[in-house]
Design a protein around this ligand. Structure first.
Ligand code: SF4
Length: 222
């Protein structure tokens, strides 16, 4: 079983409830979406073909034996859009079998049903400002595991904020999973977004992309 891999890198998880934890990232090549603010366009085509066993062996070598504890190293499959690879669920299963915590970053445009339940799913609900909100699969909401998975909104402007707030309220989704509100880097003022979250009393987690604060917005492999 082969995968086109853009990069494998060890870094700090920059987003979500696990922000700040050391993490090994596997970035698969390819994405059928074209979000206006995409910061990983280099992963649309660049990559090399690798066997599943080879990838799994690299993860084992670089992370060492699995350790228990809330800050144990973990592995995340990202992209591009990792679920554009039909065999991605098999790769996730192989990583789980190593004994690590495993996360998946996905746009929610592909069916989550084949993804193992134990995989931490960080699902990006695309907003109108991204230009790709119509790709969303509503049935994916049924696959989100309360207390484990996260639903992320990357907001371009005030209209996106109003849309995301209404979308969440209609489904009362924040009563079921952790909801993340994040500004598009360099486009929406973080202070404005933080102020709106507080003023409106939204039960969401405000976040910035920690890796961009550390290494800059243009850095790759972080
Ligand atoms: S889904 Fe992610 S990788 Fe694909 S275009 Fe949008 S931001 Fe870029």
């Amino acid at each position: 079983m082969k995968f086109k891999v853009n990069e494998v890198f060890h870094s700090i998880q920059g987003e979500g409830a696990r922000a700040g934890r050391p993490c090994l990232f596997i970035r698969l090549t390819g994405c059928p979406l074209r979000c206006g603010y995409c910061d990983t366009a280099y992963a649309f085509h660049e990559g090399v073909m690798r066997e599943l066993d080879d990838l799994v062996a690299e993860v084992r070598r670089r992370l060492g034996p699995p350790r228990p504890g809330p800050c144990a190293p973990f592995v995340e499959l990202t992209g591009g859009e990792p679920l554009a690879h039909p065999d991605a669920p098999a790769l996730l299963r192989a990583l789980l079998d190593l004994g690590y915590e495993v996360a998946l970053e996905t746009a929610g445009s592909h069916d989550l049903a084949p993804v193992p339940r134990e995989v931490v799913k960080i699902v990006d609900r695309k907003t109108p400002g991204s230009g790709e909100s119509h790709r969303w699969l509503e049935s994916n909401l049924e696959c989100l595991v309360p207390g484990q998975d996260e639903l992320k909104f990357v907001l371009c402007d005030a209209a996106d904020y109003d849309w995301a707030r209404a979308w969440c309220a209609e489904r009362r989704i924040w009563e079921r999973v952790d909801v993340l509100f994040s500004p598009v880097w360099g486009r929406l003022d973080p202070a404005w977004l933080a102020g709106r979250v507080l003023d409106d009393g939204l039960p969401v987690r405000f976040q910035l992309q920690l890796h961009k604060l550390i290494w800059g917005a243009e850095a790759r492999g972080v």
